[in-house]
Write a new protein. Structure first.
Length: 106
């Protein structure tokens, strides 16, 4: 695995949405990458498949391509943005609370 491929794998771990991983044997797996296991032996990406199946571990040596394909669930949801929306509602005389916004549109 080249340095750029390893960097792509590490970006998938930091991403807060689903990634699509293509392996050397042509398999394509979509899921949330939650860990890069390193230590003795081959490092591996660990992920939760989008279809809800059991956790999967994919050795980095078998990863051909990694794409960040899902929506980043936390994109644009910084503390500063939350305070700005809260203050705007209060100033407009609307009810403003600490309730979360839904991740998926209703």
């Amino acid at each position: 695995m080249s340095a750029s491929e390893r960097e792509s794998a590490l970006r998938a771990v930091d991403f807060r949405g689903d990634a699509t991983i293509e392996t050397a044997d042509g398999a394509v797996v979509v899921g949330f990458v939650f860990d890069l296991r390193e230590g003795p032996g081959d490092p591996a990406l660990r992920l939760l498949p989008a279809d809800g199946g059991a956790k999967i571990e994919i050795p980095l040596s078998s990863v051909r391509r990694v794409e960040l394909t899902g929506k980043d669930a936390a994109s644009g949801k910084t503390w500063e943005n939350w305070i700005r929306r809260y203050a705007a509602k209060k100033l407009a005389g609307e009810a403003a609370g600490i309730d979360c916004e839904p991740i998926e549109p209703a």
